[in-house]
Design a binder for this molecule. Sequence first.
Ligand code: HEM
Length: 70
Amino acid sequence: MNRNTWIRQLHRWLSIAFTLAVIANIAAMGMDEPVVWIGLLALVPLIPLLATGLYLFILPHAAKRRDVAG
Ligand code: HEM
């Protein structure tokens, strides 16, 4: 599997983890005493999501740049 493919796969799986964390957050809102760590839970997948997402965003631009140069 080349690097672009596994970064795309990673982004896809992180998006599922992020979605679950958001659902946990919504569920926690209904609790009498909301727990702080559930609030931070979504940040764990969101940070690598941003990094892998920006990488995927740059890919076509980087490819175009190489075309022009080459
Ligand atoms: C945090 C900032 C994020 C950035 C910068 C970002 C950026 C991107 C980019 C550039 C792509 C590739 C689009 C293409 O095919 O041309 C992509 C795909 C995707 N993104 Fe994100 N994304 C972010 C967050 C998220 C979040 C929060 C979710 C969902 C919870 C998500 C779910 C997905 C999915 C499912 C794909 C398709 C992946 C595949 O090919 O299977 N992303 N994202």
